[in-house]
Design a protein around this ligand. Structure first.
Ligand SMILES: *Cc1c(COP(=O)(O)O)cnc(C)c1O
Length: 348
């Protein structure tokens, strides 16, 4: 029932991808006169005068060892944002195809759709922030190419029920993208090990959250080899810089340190949640599988502005459907969380 070729845009199916110098010659040599680089060097180190590995094999092998997914099932993007945008460009015909999102959710699925002139259909989450499968099914038609599922979801912080996601994976013949940006903070299992069961599955993860590398820009997509081949066909040839590849490789040696940070952040999240609930102006703190809390407040907008006066900035989600009256608060350091709690206690 799933047919990747028929999902692809005609122009992408027929596309002859750009072939870089580094693609055409992969062997050993001493003299490289094939890529019009500066042979003399650069103002930085000599290394940076050369184009980077277009397929980032060393980084993928290191990620493969940590995640237990073979390198051919991995695509690396300039942030998850690139992983999201390339799917639109490869699969969605502007002005004709559509995708489905489950709001309230991450904003880039819709912005990227708008940039690509692709229709967005909305299956708003149920009151318990879970998928509305009946609504979802009703929105699907023959031009629906992608269903975006964010789990744990931003900004509601919860994970979607696994069985619900499986229903979508088993019944939808387009791509199902599960955005697991916050999976490391969750008690739930990733879908990354299910790639062989679901040819229509794309799992997105990122180095921006648990790995603490938002400044580097490194997003990961895990999928069948066939889908990864499509990614590689449409991506800019050198989308991940040499500097980025080197630094990510170095960071990937420090899994232990990252796991420590995750444990700390999860413990601080639970403590912050308890401390917030105890405040008179807090109506509810929703359970979180992420590194942030969705907090329902008395006069959320007013609280947001009072916090700003103390130099504390949180995310005002109070006008977002199902998040009425809510602020989204990232778990900070011990000191920052203390400052937040003091500032809130001062307000009321
Ligand atoms: C933060 C976040 C990302 C990360 O995007 P990058 O471009 O990799 O920094 C992806 N998805 C969701 C839902 C997020 O909240």
């Amino acid at each position: 029932m799933f047919n990747l070729d028929s999902l692809l845009r005609d122009n992408i199916r027929k596309l002859v991808p750009y072939s870089s110098a580094r693609d055409e010659f992969k062997g050993e040599a001493q003299v490289f006169l094939d890529a019009n680089e500066n042979s003399l060097g650069s103002p930085l180190t000599r290394w940076y005068n050369r184009y980077p590995d277009p397929h980032q094999w060393k980084v993928k092998e290191a990620i493969s060892r940590i995640k237990g997914v073979p390198p051919q099932h991995i695509f690396l993007g300039n942030g998850s944002d690139e992983c999201i945008d390339l799917l639109y460009r490869a699969f969605c015909v502007p002005g004709k195809d559509n995708v489905i999102i489950n709001p309230p959710t991450y904003g880039m699925y819709e912005v990227s759709a708008n940039i690509n002139d692709v229709e967005v259909r909305r299956a708003t989450l149920l009151d318990d922030f879970q998928l509305d499968l009946v609504h979802l099914e009703n929105l699907v038609d023959s031009n629906t190419k992608i269903i975006w599922i964010c789990s744990p979801n931003n900004p509601t912080a919860n994970s979607m029920n696994r069985q619900d996601i499986e229903v979508v994976l088993n019944n939808f013949s387009g791509l199902v993208v599960i955005d697991e940006a916050y999976i490391n903070f969750s008690r739930h299992k990733s879908f990354i090990q299910e790639l062989s069961d679901y040819p229509n599955l794309v799992v997105l993860q990122t180095m921006s959250k648990a790995w603490g590398l938002a400044g580097l820009r490194m997003g990961m997509a895990f999928a069948s080899e066939a889908i990864i081949d499509v990614y590689n066909k449409v991506k800019p040839p050198y989308n991940i810089s040499q500097v980025n590849q080197e630094l990510v490789l170095k960071a990937l040696e420090e899994v232990g340190q990252v796991n420590d940070m995750i444990r700390q952040l999860v413990a601080m999240r639970e403590q912050l949640s308890k401390d917030l609930v105890a405040l008179p102006l807090v109506r509810a703190v929703f359970p979180s599988d992420a590194n942030f809390l969705l907090v329902k407040m008395e006069n959320a907008r007013g609280v947001y502005e009072r916090l700003l006066e103390d130099g504390i900035v949180v995310r005002d989600r109070s006008k977002v459907e199902l998040c009425e009256g809510c602020l989204r608060i990232t778990v900070g350091t011990e000191k920052e969380n203390g400052e937040l709690l003091n500032a809130l206690a001062k307000i009321g």
